[in-house]
Design a protein around this ligand. Structure first.
Ligand code: PEP
Ligand code: MN
Length: 359
């Protein structure tokens, strides 16, 4: 076939396509006119339905396109010109679409998500005054500004240590105050959220409660920063929607925490979804931290994992630290002791991942 013939065929194809497009637009206009007339008509004729029109087209089809192709094609053509569906994704308050610039969460005079990576540390559970004092004293010397400690512990077994409750919050508050730090602790009941605001600086919603919608709503109704952990089996979309519950009630001071998800892998306690970090940063303007303790459950890989988290853009880390992990009342295996904590901090500083000044 000559070049000229080829050119001619190409031109014909383009002309036909243009005609199809014009005809589709013509149909959209006619259909609109038809629908308007139909709306005011008094039901004298049987109205056209998509099904009856497609059936007629299938019957009239001479090929080579198949019956199935006619159905798919005309279904699409019939939808052309429709107004966008109300079901189309609304941009969430916590999304980048809604707010382009990063949210900086303010915890007193400390800023989370301002571009300087930071570390939240402290024991899994608040156990007693001496423990929190020893941990607080050490961590504050390492420049840590946010002290963690669980007082309401969501334990797998009902026979395991359940936490000291409000007494634990008071011990945490006193230790944090004494050492010039802020505090974060998990709250598990919606009715405790307001009470907890009197004692702690950040309210944590744990993985097991990520979709406790009443708790999320309660967290959205107070004016305290919220640390929201990703659910054990939550997708990123579900995680973001959980954060939206909080934001929708007027509290946009939210820190997202990737803490590993359930997979079949047993080598680590959970599987750290490292790709969630840049995705969350891309999708949302909220700061993101990585809990390197609950995600791995392993001290031996904590340093590379901490580096990885910061390398992919995490704003901070959570590292469980205890003055005597061997006798800890919860998560004894994964908590660092104080020298191990200093060691990891030094390594992170030396490798340039952290610039936390020693306190
Ligand atoms: C915790 O941080 O104390 C905790 C229980 O973690 P998670 O909710 O991520 O399991
Ligand atoms: Mn723990």
């Amino acid at each position: 076939m000559s070049g000229e013939n080829l050119q001619a065929l190409q031109t014909q194809i383009e002309t036909v396509q243009q005609e199809i497009l014009n005809l589709i637009n013509q149909r959209v206009a006619l259909k609109k006119q038809y629908d308007d007339v139909l709306a005011s008509a008094l039901g004298c004729t049987e109205p056209l339905t998509d099904k009856s029109m497609i059936d007629s087209l299938v019957a009239a089809n001479r090929g080579p396109i198949t019956e199935e192709q006619v159905r798919v094609l005309f279904k699409q053509i019939f939808q052309a010109g429709d107004a966008p569906k109300a079901t189309e994704k609304k941009s969430l308050l916590i999304s980048r679409k809604h707010q382009a610039e990063d949210t900086v969460v303010r915890v007193g005079d400390f800023q989370v998500g301002n571009g300087t990576p930071f570390v939240i540390a402290g024991p899994c559970s608040v156990e007693n005054v001496e423990q929190m004092d020893a941990v607080g004293a050490h961590l504050s010397k390492e420049g840590i500004k946010i002290l963690r400690g669980g007082a309401y512990k969501p334990r797998t077994s009902p026979y395991d240590f359940q936490g000291l409750g409000v007494e634990g919050l008071k011990i945490l508050r006193d230790a944090a105050k004494k050492h010039g730090m802020y505090s974060v602790s998990e709250i598990v009941a919606p009715e405790d959220v307001e009470m907890a605001c009197e004692y702690i600086d950040i309210i944590q919603i744990g993985a097991r409660n990520m979709q406790n919608f009443e708790l999320l709503k309660a967290a959205g109704s107070v004016r305290k920063p919220i640390l929201l952990k990703r659910g054990l089996s939550a997708t990123i979309e579900e995680f973001l929607n959980a954060a939206e519950y909080i934001a929708s009630r007027g509290n946009s001071q939210i820190i997202l925490c990737e803490r590993g998800i359930r997979t079949y892998e047993k080598a680590t306690r959970n599987t750290l979804d490292i790709s969630a970090v840049p995705i969350l940063k891309q999708e949302s303007h909220l700061p993101v931290v990585v809990d390197v303790s609950h995600s791995t459950g392993r001290k031996d890989i904590m340093f590379p994992i901490a580096k990885a988290a910061l390398a992919v853009g995490a704003d901070g880390l959570i590292i469980e630290t205890h003055n005597n992990p061997a006798v800890a009342l919860s998560d004894a295996n994964q908590q660092l002791d104080l020298p191990q904590f200093s060691n990891i901090m030094n390594n992170l500083r030396e490798s340039g991942y952290l610039s936390v000044p020693v306190g």
